[in-house]
Design a protein around this ligand. Structure first.
Ligand code: CP
Ligand code: NVA
Length: 320
């Protein structure tokens, strides 16, 4: 069974809700093992085993990226494979031809496709037609690769995440949706502190409820933070929203979310043992203060590093 629920066909990595918990656990453990195995080695050196030799990953980006692009590039190289960077604006993706036709063509050239898109539907269409694995490198709805890195990071710092409490404080956005999927699949409690205007996707919340997940939306970030093992936030405006919102929209978003800012006071409410997490890029002084981001409880650069290790386990799962 692949992660799109089909008995046959390529192994797509689209969203965490399509996976069983055991597969996701295996991917995290595999990433940890690979990370430990290459500790201290030059970053460009290949792994001891290079099972993706001769394999090519095409990466289509409709939005900017630092971490996702570079961690996939380095991950493929360490595993013996290669990558091809494709700027969505320079190709016919989603405008000169159908997404399905692009999927058919790329499937003749490359072994796997990673897509970062403004429209989740493009990811779905790509996966429906491609005959090679498709990996979600962020859409306007979700960011599952980020969550794989975040689970590994949490567990490196605080041990097994099952049964623990995580608070999200801010807009209920794409990264938040993947945190909700992860809460159900890895068995932890997620408190989402968000204003009513920016609650997480109702469908994702409904899915979590139907699965018996412990996911609650609250208004007061201080109530949520108390007793939490981690506080997480993300930018107030998504990359795909900035054009539509304009300056006025961004200002009103700012006003709505200011009380959800992760600052020293909010982190104090969680306590000294709570870690601070953020997928980056961060807008310092908006969703998080410098003192928290650069403080002793912050694990944000471990999260960034772990994108590399968890993406390698995703690539191996999809391509082997
Ligand atoms: N966290 C993340 O996906 O970062 P980039 O946008 O830099 O890829
Ligand atoms: N929520 C952010 C995450 C960036 C990695 C965005 O979509 O812009």
């Amino acid at each position: 069974m692949n992660a799109t629920g089909l008995a046959r066909g390529p192994k797509h990595f689209l969203d965490l809700d399509a996976f069983d918990g055991a597969t996701l656990r295996h991917l995290i453990d595999d990433a940890r093992r690979m990370k430990q195995a290459r500790a201290g080695r030059p970053k460009g050196a290949p792994d001891d085993e290079t099972p993706l030799t001769g394999r090519m990953l095409a990466m289509i980006f409709e939005k900017p990226s630092t971490r996702t692009r570079i961690s996939f590039e380095m991950g493929m190289r360490q595993l013996g494979g290669q990558t091809m960077f494709l700027d969505g604006r320079d190709m016919q993706f989603g405008h000169g031809e159908t997404v399905g036709d692009t999927a058919r063509v790329l499937s003749r050239y490359v072994d796997a496709i990673m897509l970062r898109t403004k429209r989740h539907q493009s990811l779905v269409e790509l996966a429906k037609t491609a005959s090679v694995p498709v990996i979600n490198g962020l859409t306007d709805k979700t960011h599952p690769c980020q969550l794989m890195a975040d689970i590994l990071t949490f567990e490196e710092h605080r041990g097994p995440i099952k049964g623990r409490v995580v608070t999200w404080s801010g807009a209920g956005n794409n990264v938040c949706a993947s945190w909700i999927h992860a809460a159900v699949k890895f068995g932890f409690e997620l408190r989402v502190a968000a204003p009513p205007e920016l609650e997480p996707d109702a469908q994702v919340l409904g899915w979590a409820k139907a699965q018996g997940g412990k996911v609650n939306v609250v208004r007061d970030p201080y109530d949520a933070a108390s007793g939490s093992d981690a506080i997480v936030t993300d930018t107030w405006v998504q990359m795909s929203e900035s054009d539509q919102l304009g300056e006025g929209g961004a200002r009103s978003r700012h006003n709505l979310l200011m009380r959800y800012q992760v600052n020293d006071k909010l982190l104090d409410a969680a306590g000294r043992n709570a870690i601070f997490m953020h997928c980056l890029p961060a807008h310092r002084g908006e969703e998080v203060t410098d003192s928290v981001l650069d403080g002793p409880q912050s694990v944000v650069f471990d999260e960034a590093e772990n994108r590399l290790h968890t993406q390698k386990s995703v690539l191996l799962w999809a391509l082997k």
